[in-house]
Design a protein around this ligand. Structure first.
Ligand SMILES: Cc1ncc(COP(=O)(O)O)c(C=O)c1O
Length: 427
């Protein structure tokens, strides 16, 4: 049986507009970006018509860290299908137990507990629930312009434009600017259950934390008895050149969340890892947070393999070698296009290209598309193009990526008339 390209592109777009999202069809039609994902392999996505292919430099925020349809992971999943299904979330499970043990092995000492979920939002929701239940406090401090998902508690820790239409949301959430320890120290108190940050906030345009930031955050939390929750949903799994991005900063969170690439892009899976000492609430209330599909058994062997690969010395070595090459290439580009590209934000292959106008993020997304790259601007700082190539990208693909990026910048520079339109498009 085959699934891709059974229908004409025109009819797919019509049916999608009629039954799934008319708004998305309107948006993409307006910018002439009618890509419909068909075949996909490794670093590439092919349009269903077979006419266009794109090097994926967004990777759904890390879902495709190991490429599309990674053959090794497909083998694990198809083997798992011979014996397993989702399992039963009420019962003790061999597969969940194995994955829990694997996480404990790759995590820093002491972070050996886990609750599984399906999505990143669900993982963050549980992190907040655990922090509140365990500390018996309510206040959650989060970064302005961050993003933790579309579910209830995670949404309450997000930017206004994502949450306003759905108010009233859960109370007790207080916003601080990311990277500002002075404001944090004024807001954090004995009522604070947790401080919640993405280790580097992707939707805010990948601002790299200032020197010493996380040490100070950790100290503030410890002083007030608040927990530190880090969202590693985009930054985790080797993206920054270490397994977890917080390992760059010499601190350990009390709770952290994983999603996106944990499932290898094949089976939904997320996880909330936490310190052993925080287990008393869940021990007393083991059925208080249940998720039918959370940690589904079919996905567990895939996630185990993802963790084996992503934590291996050879894999992280390759990510760091690539990152050094990309850094050099971006250095050249930022000199060449210094009138547009004002800052390269990079940790490993977690990259934000900061430009000097809010129109440039959307404009460069379109310019990249026309040059064979898929990259998306940061929604809470549209002057930044998020740039997340697959961690498995080859040297030849990296060269293609730079040629395309160069073409895209050259086009953006030579077509300033579109800048105003791009600004209006996302206003
Ligand atoms: C940092 C971060 N946290 C949480 C989420 C929510 O994940 P999900 O869409 O799987 O619920 C996202 C999604 O983009 C994210 O980027």
């Amino acid at each position: 049986m085959s699934f891709v390209g059974k229908d004409s592109k025109r009819s797919i777009v019509r049916n999608f507009g009629s039954h799934v999202s008319s708004g998305k069809v309107d948006f993409y039609t307006a910018i002439d970006l009618d890509f419909v994902i068909g075949k996909r392999r490794g670093s590439w996505m092919y349009d269903v018509s077979g006419k266009t292919k794109l090097l994926n430099c967004h990777c759904n925020g890390g879902v495709f860290n190991l490429g599309h349809r990674n053959p090794e992971l497909i083998r694990v999943l198809t083997d798992a299908l011979k014996e397993l299904d989702i399992g039963n979330h009420h019962l003790i499970s061999e597969q969940r137990a194995k994955l829990g043990k694997k996480l404990a092995k790759v995590n820093p000492p002491g972070l050996s507990r886990v609750v599984f979920g399906v999505s990143g939002g669900e993982a963050v929701d549980f992190a907040i629930k655990l922090a509140r239940a365990q500390t018996r406090r309510q206040k959650i401090i989060y970064a302005s312009g961050g993003y933790h998902g579309h579910t209830g508690l995670a949404l309450a820790a997000g930017a206004d434009h994502f949450k306003k239409p759905f108010e009233p949301l859960a109370p007790g959430f207080v916003e601080v600017p990311f990277g500002d320890t002075e404001t944090l120290s004024k807001v954090i108190d004995e009522q604070t259950a947790a401080v919640l940050f993405e280790t580097i906030p992707a939707t805010l345009g990948m601002p790299i934390p200032p020197d010493g930031f996380y040490k100070e955050v950790r100290e503030s939390c410890d002083k007030k008895g608040a927990l530190l929750i880090l969202d590693e949903i985009q930054t985790g799994l080797g993206r920054t050149g270490k397994l977890w991005a917080f390992q760059h900063y010499g601190i350990t969170p009390d709770i952290f969340t994983i999603g996106k690439g944990l499932s290898g892009g094949l089976y939904p899976m997320s996880a909330t890892c936490y310190r052993d000492e925080l287990d008393s609430f869940m021990r007393e209330n083991p059925f208080i947070h249940v998720s039918t599909f959370g940690g589904a058994e079919l996905g567990c062997p895939v996630a185990e393999r993802v963790l084996d690969i992503s934590s291996s010395r050879a894999f992280l070595g390759r990510v760091n070698t690539l990152a050094a090459r990309v850094e050099n290439g971006l250095d050249v580009l930022s000199q060449q296009y210094s009138d547009i590209l004002t800052e390269v934000r990079q940790l490993g292959l977690f990259i934000g290209l900061k430009m000097n106008d809010q129109g440039y993020g959307p404009l460069m997304s379109i310019a990249c598309y026309n040059s064979g790259l898929f990259a998306v601007y940061a929604d809470n700082d549209k002057s930044v193009l998020q740039f997340l190539p697959p961690l498995t990208i080859s040297d030849a693909e990296t060269s293609f990526m730079f040629r395309s990026l160069n073409r895209a910048y050259s086009w953006a520079r030579n077509n300033p008339k579109y800048l105003e339109l791009a600004r209006a498009l996302v206003a």
